[in-house]
Ligand binder design. Structure first.
Ligand SMILES: [Zn+2]
Length: 398
């Protein structure tokens, strides 16, 4: 139907145009009527083309409804015939001196200009809340206008369609999502794990020289020959610090547990007591970690942050490795009782008593046979000298 009306309009337009031109050249009357009718039919044609949105280039899809429901009516159109009338009026222009022809033509655009083309096509793009729309970009579309019409944001449309700029092209398909099915924002690429800043472990030899505090420390390596030390400490109500190897904790979990329960500090003394300087750094770290697991298993507490190097030997690489393993404090000592060489009780007492000073860290061993008795006797002496016997945590105010 629309095609027939269009063709009729074109024909009427052509007839009036010819009649007008003929009467103009033959200087007959009535040319004004013909030209007016020509202009009116042109207006009608333009109206149909623009306002009814008839698309001449696609004769089969003039119906604004989806093409699937194409009606037979639409097949009547002959696109070839519809083009000439558009071109004929301009060809008239050179011949006419009269403004009649141009008047309506000029008025047409003038009427449209103030209103701008966009308002003529602000058809809403309906995006169902639970659905998506594949929107095909048309001529004159911008991301902004599409966003407006679909009640979305430009940013969202760009995000969904991986657009890096605002440029879109006619025919491009844009995915639009309803708010209930909106895809999650694109995953940030996994951040590169920054290598852990390996602050080297700090060597600590003593506590404050201003405070009359001394820390008794005991390394537990392979045997439990001097485990009576726990009874001695309990008797004097003194808290000390034990550095356990992992193998010792595995071997004597009950003693290890008792140390923790009775309020002593527990530190890491590696698993198998390797010499840090002569051991591959990775293996050394593995040994520390293995010890930590064993100590936790036995005592229920972490040995961090205290570490003690086997044999007291270390270098810069070892300190870095220990720090990286989670032990900021590598504990050395001020007084070495050398009790593991099994000196007499008197010798041990003498070494402690003669060397005692503020902030001392005293090194002893669970493997010292005479150590429990020596400690039992030296505690009252140190107390009488005014010293407070403390754990490392207290000594270092941590
Ligand atoms: Zn040791």
């Amino acid at each position: 139907m629309t095609g027939i009306i269009m063709i009729l309009t074109v024909m009427i337009f052509s007839i009036f145009l010819v009649l007008g031109v003929v009467s103009y050249f033959q200087k007959r009357g009535g040319k004004w009527i013909y030209f007016t009718l020509t202009a009116l039919s042109l207006i009608a044609l333009v109206f149909m083309l623009f306002f009814l949105n008839w698309d001449l280039s696609k004769p089969g899809q003039n119906n604004p409804n989806p093409p699937v429901t194409e009606t037979p009516d639409n097949g009547n159109e002959v696109p070839g015939k519809e083009n000439p009338p558009e071109e004929t009026p301009p060809s008239e222009n050179p011949t006419d001196e009269e403004p009649a022809e141009e008047g309506p033509k000029d008025e047409e655009p003038k009427d449209e200009e103030p209103t701008n083309p966009p308002p003529a096509e602000p058809a809403k793009i309906i995006v169902p809340e639970n659905g998506t729309v594949d929107y095909k970009v048309g001529a004159g579309d911008t991301l902004w206008s599409i966003a407006q019409r679909a009640d979305l944001t430009v940013a969202k449309i760009k995000e969904w369609n991986n657009l890096t700029s605002d440029t879109i092209f006619v025919g491009q398909i844009l995915k639009l999502y309803g708010k209930n099915v909106e895809p999650p924002p694109p995953q940030e690429p996994p951040k590169q794990e920054t290598p852990p800043t390996t602050e080297p472990s700090v060597i600590i030899t003593n506590g404050s020289l201003q405070q009359k505090e001394i820390a008794l420390t005991f390394d537990a390596g392979s045997d439990a020959i001097g485990i009576a030390i726990l009874d001695v400490l309990k008797k004097h109500n003194v808290k000390a610090t034990f550095f356990l190897t992992g193998s010792w904790a595995d071997k004597f979990p009950n003693y290890a547990k008792r140390m923790a329960v009775e309020g002593h500090d527990i530190g890491n003394h590696t698993y198998s007591h390797p010499d840090a300087v002569n051991t591959n750094t990775n293996l050394f770290v593995q040994d520390i970690i293995k010890a930590e697991e064993a100590i936790k298993r036995a005592t229920g507490v972490t040995p961090r942050p205290y570490f003690r190097f086997p044999f007291g030997t270390y270098n810069a690489a070892a300190l870095k490795a220990v720090g990286g393993a989670g032990y900021p404090y590598s504990i050395q000592w001020t007084i070495d009782t050398i009790d593991w060489k099994q000196p007499s009780v008197e010798v041990i007492i003498s070494r402690i008593q003669s060397g005692a000073s503020n902030g001392d860290i005293i090194l002893m061993h669970i493997g010292g046979i005479n150590t429990p008795e020596a400690v039992d006797r030296v505690i009252p002496i140190l107390k009488s000298m005014g010293y407070n016997l403390v754990t490392l945590t207290e000594l270092l105010d941590l």
